[in-house]
Design a protein around this ligand. Structure first.
Ligand SMILES: [Zn+2]
Length: 61
């Protein structure tokens, strides 16, 4: 399991929900965060698992 940064809202551990797309879920405060990216043609799509984890750990959104 990859190392995930803690919840930015409450500081507790989060889990990565992989049900169709990748969402970081916090059982403590109920936060749910997913990440999207914009493709070259201007459409948005969900990030894959590695991209999502990188984005979460970088806290760019
Ligand atoms: Zn939380």
């Amino acid at each position: 399991m990859e190392e995930l940064e803690v919840c930015p809202f409450c500081g507790k551990e989060v889990k990565l929900d992989e049900d169709g797309f990748y969402m970081f879920c916090c059982d403590n405060c109920g936060a749910g965060v997913s990440f999207a990216k914009v493709l070259a043609d201007g459409t948005a799509t969900d990030m894959d698992k590695k991209e999502s984890i990188d984005a979460w750990n970088r806290r760019e959104n």
